[in-house]
Each structure stands twice: as structure tokens, then as C-alpha cells.
Design a protein around this ligand. Structure first.
Ligand SMILES: C[S@@+](CC[C@H](N)C(=O)[O-])C[C@H]1O[C@@H](n2cnc3c(N)ncnc32)[C@H](O)[C@@H]1O
Length: 318
């Protein structure tokens, strides 16, 4: 384990350039500390969003420093600062290595990924992410993509639906839910959030808000292949980070966190790796910056409810 401390004093970042209400960054000071910014370095923000984390990193970079920021959602572009040190890439971070090569950034000092959707995406009714509104069942972060939540509800088999609700939403009656969707979609098309809610209302278990949130989370993860993208980005991080370069990932549910934890601890994703004949485990390519995940302070928890489930893990490439 190595220390998170940054020799440079961390200033309160000036976020006044952040468009109001787009997104409040979580664990901001903790991310900055964890990345241990090299002022002349190259940093990648895989999930630019409202740009809160990126802008705080930029404040610590010199004129030689550079940032390459990804967001697959075109609306994030509106938050770009007028700063020639920043390059915006409107693509999925699963193509990290390819785009870094295009921009001649073959070895970088730090990578940040703040996973999931932004408050802006969640609060825009038309995007279809929130159970609070009625809209088309969309849930795409990248609207150039074909597959929406409605596509999944209408084309997946019963066993595929069962699997995603069980795995990504931990929905207690995921089997019954999958069966009900298959029955209901043969009666009429399920295109909107309200149609979907009505078609499953008979089988909602426990607190309806919690139940629907779990169902929507599962659909969102599948629509955007969030686990697949995270896996590919983590694998490529090893190739693009300089020795002593750091990677910080903020996750919001246990599946993501487990994937990040295993990868940082071992350099691969499986839970158990057979020891070799001598009983030694393969050495991880990373050193953990903090042994336990970093969570929000009492103050942040009070100010930003979104920080409740946030877990930050930081690792340094050997
Ligand atoms: C939680 S927000 C990030 C907020 C940002 N850190 C800030 O301070 O405003 C996540 C953002 O990452 C984007 N995103 C999520 N997964 C992505 C992926 N696989 N590739 C590219 N962008 C992604 C989303 O569109 C969203 O804008």
C-alpha cells in the first residue's frame, strides 16, 4: 500500500465554469489526491460529463500538461472549457487505447473513470433513464447506438431477460419478471416507461420505487454494455499507463466495484486464480493506493445524495 498524499497543496477547485445543475462531481478532493497529479503530465478523464473532475485536474496542470477526455454522450461537449490543453473524444472509453494512439498519447500519467450516468442524463425525461417520468424507453448514453431499452424488452429471450434482471439489478423475482414481459409483449408493444410500469405492476415486489429502480438499473447496464466497456478499459489501462501512473475508478454498484477491485489486486478479473505448483499467487501489475475503497465524507453525504453509493479505488502501475 502506498500513500495517497499529494505533495502539492490541493486548492478548493473553482467549479464556477460548470453549467448549473449538469452534474456535481463526487469524491472530488479524494480523486485529485489519489491521482497525485504531475503538473506536466497527460491525464485521461474517461467520463467527462459535466467536467467537474477534469476542471479540477486542469487547475493543477502546467501549460505543458494535457487532458484527453472521453464521453459518448454528445451533450457533454457543452461543458468543455475553452482550454487548448483539452481534447474531447465523443466515443466509448472501451476504445481508450485506440484513441490515445490517434492523439499521440501513448503513455499517460493518470486515468479517471467516474462510472454510470450523470445527473443531467438522469434528470432529462426524454432520455428514459428515470422512473419518475413518462417517455420512450430509451436509456442510451450514446444516441448513435441502435439498441434501446425497448429493443431489449422486445427482442431478448425469457432466459436472457431473467439473467440481466438477476445479475445487474438483483431483482428478487427476476424469473417472474422475465416471464411477465414475454407475456405482455405478445399482447401489445411496450414502448414507453408508463406502458412498461403498467405491464409489470401485478408482480412488483416490496417497495415499488426500489423495485423499479433495480429493474431500470439492470436495463441501463445492458443497453450501454457498461460491464463490457469497463472490462475493456481496465485491460487497456495497463498498456497506456506509464510506470507509476495512476488509475482512479468511482463505481456505484457492487458488480462494478468487484471488477475494479479484482483487477487492481491481481491484474485479472476472475475471483479465484489457481496458485501455481509452489503455492505463490501471480504478482499484480498494480500497487493499491488505498487498501479499502474510499467513500464520501459525512459532509458530502449531506450535500449530495448521489455520493451515497460511490466507491473510489485508486491503483498505481508498477
Ligand atoms: C457520472 S458521469 C461523470 C461526471 C463527471 N465526472 C463530472 O464531474 O461531471 C458519467 C459520464 O460518463 C459518460 N460515460 C459513461 N460510460 C461511458 C463509456 N463507456 N464511454 C464513454 N462515456 C461514458 C456518461 O455519458 C456520463 O456523461
Amino acid at each position: 500500500m502506498i500513500s495517497m498524499s499529494n505533495s502539492k497543496k490541493i486548492e478548493e477547485p473553482n467549479l464556477s465554469a460548470n453549467p448549473v445543475n449538469y452534474h456535481t462531481p463526487v469524491l472530488l478532493a479524494e480523486v485529485i489526491k489519489g491521482l497525485n497529479i504531475n503538473p506536466d503530465g497527460i491525464y485521461v478523464d474517461c467520463t467527462f460529463g459535466g467536467g467537474g473532475h477534469s476542471k479540477a485536474i486542469l487547475q493543477l496542470l502546467s501549460s505543458k500538461g494535457k487532458m484527453i477526455v472521453f464521453d459518448q454522450d454528445a451533450t457533454a461537449k457543452q461543458n468543455l472549457p475553452n482550454d487548448e490543453r483539452v481534447v474531447f473524444i465523443q466515443h466509448n472509453f472501451r476504445h481508450l487505447q485506440r484513441f490515445l494512439r490517434v492523439h499521440k498519447a501513448v503513455a499517460v500519467d493518470g486515468i479517471l473513470a467516474d462510472l454510470g450516468v450523470s445527473s443531467h442524463q438522469f434528470n432529462e425525461a426524454d432520455r428514459g433513464f428515470s422512473t419518475r417520468f413518462d417517455a420512450a424507453l430509451d436509456m442510451r448514453m450514446d444516441n448513435r447506438q441502435q439498441t434501446t431499452a425497448a429493443t431489449i424488452l422486445h427482442t431478448y429471450s425469457e432466459s436472457q431477460l431473467h439473467k440481466i434482471f438477476e445479475k445487474y439489478g438483483e431483482v428478487t423475482n427476476s424469473k417472474t419478471l422475465a416471464k411477465t414481459i414475454i407475456e405482455q409483449r405478445s399482447i401489445s408493444t411496450i414502448k414507453t416507461i408508463n406502458q412498461f410500469k403498467q405491464s409489470i405492476q401485478q408482480i412488483v415486489k416490496g417497495n415499488p420505487n426500489k423495485y423499479l429502480a433495480q429493474v431500470f438499473q439492470a436495463l441501463r447496464i445492458e443497453v450501454n454494455d457498461e460491464m463490457g466497456a469497463l472490462k475493456e478499459m481496465l485491460q487497456q489501462s495497463l498498456a497506456v499507463l506509464k510506470p507509476k501512473g495512476r488509475i482512479a475508478v468511482i463505481s456505484f454498484h457492487s458488480l462494478e466495484d468487484r471488477m475494479v477491485k479484482n483487477f487492481f489486486k491481481q491484474g485479472f478479473f476472475d475471483e479465484v486464480q489457481a496458485d501455481d505448483v509452489f503455492g505463490t499467487k501471480p504478482e499484480s501489475p498494480f500497487v493499491l493506493v488505498e487498501k479499502k475503497p474510499v467513500t464520501a465524507s459525512e459532509k458530502e453525504l449531506k450535500e449530495n445524495s448521489r455520493s451515497r453509493s460511490a466507491k473510489l479505488r485508486v491503483a498505481e502501475k508498477k
